[in-house]
Design a protein around this ligand. Sequence first.
Ligand code: NAP
Length: 272
Amino acid sequence: MDFSGKRVAVLGAGKMGGILLKSLLEKKLLSPALTVATVQHAERAAALQEKLGINVSTDNAAAVKNASIVLVCVKPQVVQEVMGQIRSVVSQDQLIISVAASVPTDHIEKALGREVPVIRAMPNTPCALGRGMTALCKGKHANAAHVETACALFNTVGKTVVVDEKHMDAVTGLSASGPAYIYIILESLAEAGVKVGLPRDIATLLAAQTTLGAASVVLETGDHPALLKDAVTTPAGCTIDGILELEEGKLRVTLIKAVVKAAQRAKELAYS
Ligand SMILES: NC(=O)c1ccc[n+]([C@@H]2O[C@H](COP(=O)([O-])OP(=O)(O)OC[C@H]3O[C@@H](n4cnc5c(N)ncnc54)[C@H](OP(=O)(O)O)[C@@H]3O)[C@@H](O)[C@H]2O)c1
């Protein structure tokens, strides 16, 4: 799908908005001349304009005028206010894509006050390297072509999956928050390497490449992780001793609880 002739507005070019903007511009999917962004602070707008070579302002309504696609990347608590600012200029020919956690599509539709197509997307930070994971769902007025457009956009920065909106908070707790959990696991594995005598840089490399390799095997073979784990675990070998420690330390339960808590928090974020 060719986006280079489309006008795209990114409202809230912070961490996630900035990652998406930078990646899509670098991949030449968006044309700098047709891409605009907004932030809250004027000095940040000026710095970002200089850095990205696109028009960046603090005026959401002006950014949305004439845009084909509007990416809403402000914090969940700010979405309502921003929708109020663009309400009078938004049209049914535009596609609104919101990455805000916790904010349902019907809240955005209501705030805009007309039958505008809305897609809710939940990406994660590895989108910065084209290895992201984005789940998407559609609002009441979005059709299959709108979903296809949004998927095409996020496919350029990783993988996409379309889910029912009822699953979006679960997605937030798993794949949007997930990189943070994995970084903690990686950091801990690297510390462990240091504890058993490895230089830190080598320990970090071993931990990160092992995580990447194991994840790639799951994705490419489609095999159940438990089966793959069994293949590493020689009877009376070393791995089973390590696994015993993981089970005693309740790693599984802890990870499950982390996702459950984050998903619960995602339900309330927009209203806090
Ligand atoms: N970070 C993640 O891993 C992640 C993953 C998935 C989804 N998300 C979603 O992405 C959204 C942004 O999160 P973030 O982590 O990127 O936060 P962030 O770094 O704080 O970015 C928010 C951006 O919004 C701007 N902003 C605030 N009020 C505004 C307004 N009225 N009009 C225009 N821009 C305004 C801020 O401007 P200034 O720069 O001037 O302050 C900032 O650039 C959230 O809804 C979050 O749920 C984040």
